[in-house]
Design a protein around this ligand. Sequence first.
Ligand code: GLN
Length: 310
Amino acid sequence: MEYKPVSELQRILACLPEAITDAFNQGQPANYIPALAEVDPKRFGMAVSTVDGEDFTAGDAREMFSIQSISKVFSLSLAISHMGEELFQRVGVEPSGTSFNSLSQLEYENGIPRNPFINAGAIVVADALLEYVSSPKQDFLSFVRGLSDNIDIHYDESVFRSEFDNGQRNTALANYLKSFGNLKNHVSRVLDFYFYQCSLSMSCLDLARAFRFLAQDGRHPFRNESVVSRLQARRINSLMMTCGTYDEAGEFAFHVGLPCKSGVGGGIVAIIPGKMSICVWSPELGAKGNSLPGMRALEYFVKQSGHSVF
Ligand code: GLN
């Protein structure tokens, strides 16, 4: 299919909320983290950031929301930039086919999480990162602020607290990992870092800008440097495609056909390699923990713009 000119992108975004109205009222905001259930479920925002440095937005694209598991791409990228392939001795690269917080697979796979985007995998990545960063919370925040070119990005203490107080499953996963020797630091230190990562608040525009490095071979969106190598960027995109939306990754590949990463705050980021990064946000989730209007919006965008990796 022929690519539409860039100016078309704004037109597609403008039509979008109207085009996907039937995707609303089908799901619910996450409620297992009580702070996330307080968000207005009808919010919808979308932003696109092209490799030429142009941004396009729709709806609540500048509204801050809880990025949750989207943070797993930031932590993976930072870990890979420090330790390269060595990371994959402790975490796999296969889709899990199970929910993002599943415990059962860890038992029969001897404490090696299937991939870095399920919770167990991200907890291992957080543990690995602790070896390389001197002030983890601050260094992680600076990394993300730099990628978004926005110093006004913060951790949301109330989301952190809400998740910390209700984090029994993640605590179980971390203890399990520890029992298999796949966690080097103290469980509470690793979980503290992991929960803080998930509690970051960002807008669709911040995320679309920040993720541009994955659309441009690992080059930093705002600085003349590389975030990760070209090969590493390719690997992160592959992992997003196969594992970024958990046990719905097949549906996403089928309907959207782009590397994607979702979070239970209702955000989804998607990459069109060589062209642009996209972020959509709407809090109503389906059974697998992915935003239903978000998924539909990406499907619409891909259809209208003609962009796909296939
Ligand atoms: N913070 C959430 C958790 O650990 C992240 C899950 C998600 O966004 N899928 O359960």
